[in-house]
Write a protein that binds this ligand. Structure first.
Ligand code: HEC
Length: 188
């Protein structure tokens, strides 16, 4: 009888120890080194190798960059930030978090790999699939140009992008009231 009791107590002690050594459910946590390395490699293995050497069919000139900048500000900046550093409310609260895309982790990938990520997304993360393969995916390839441009983005470009970030009706109403006030209207 005493043995059964001791065994029961030991089992409870082990369960309590396991419970408290596990992380709590909190998406603000930073994934550990091992988890990030394994996830990055698995993602890399599962990306078909045909993407590795795919050349970018879009020439990254001023007009392609301008279109991609607007596209990024509207569809990507909520998570990735206008400058690609991932420091937004959503970005910081995700698990895994969007990486700083100006750094070598992203910039060392081939154009085709970056294209594959934007086209197909990354399952089990917040990264959606954006590809529109029916139109030759020109917009997605132009975004690859923009990812390459991130490390050399100027403060002026970043400022211009703020006007292109998604706005809520409340934001628009606030802007309207400010404009009305500046034009001599009543204080809102
Ligand atoms: C809802 C949030 C969200 C949005 C919107 C979003 N992303 Fe992401 N993105 C992520 C997350 C999270 C990751 C990290 C995925 C991972 O850890 O594998 C990511 C990863 C990436 C990567 C891979 C970076 C690397 O180093 O491997 C690229 C490229 C990328 N996103 C491009 C874009 C583009 C372009 C857009 C807009 C068209 C966009 N993302 C929109 C959340 C988002």
């Amino acid at each position: 009888m005493r043995r059964v009791l001791l065994f029961g107590l030991a089992l409870v002690a082990v369960l309590v120890a396991v419970r408290f050594s596990l992380p709590t459910v909190d998406a603000r946590a930073q994934p550990g080194w091992l988890e990030s390395t394994v996830a990055t490699h698995v993602r890399s293995w599962l990306t078909p190798s045909k993407y590795d050497t795919m050349p970018n069919p879009v020439s990254c000139d001023a007009s392609a960059l301008a279109a991609a900048r607007a596209h990024w500000a509207d569809h990507c900046a909520t998570c990735h930030a206008n400058n690609g550093n991932g420091q937004t409310m959503l970005g910081r609260g995700m698990y895994p978090k969007p990486p700083d895309m100006r750094a070598t982790g992203t910039q060392s990938q081939s154009d085709g790999r970056i294209y594959a990520t934007i086209r197909n997304g990354v399952p089990l993360t917040g990264m959606p699939a954006f590809g529109q393969p029916t139109d030759g995916d020109k917009e997605t390839w132009a975004l690859v140009c923009f990812v390459r441009h991130l490390p050399s983005m100027t403060p002026d470009e970043e400022l211009a992008m703020r006007a292109m970030n998604p706005k809520t009706d409340a934001d628009r109403e606030e802007e309207r009231q400010e404009a009305e006030f500046l034009n001599g209207g009543s204080v809102p």
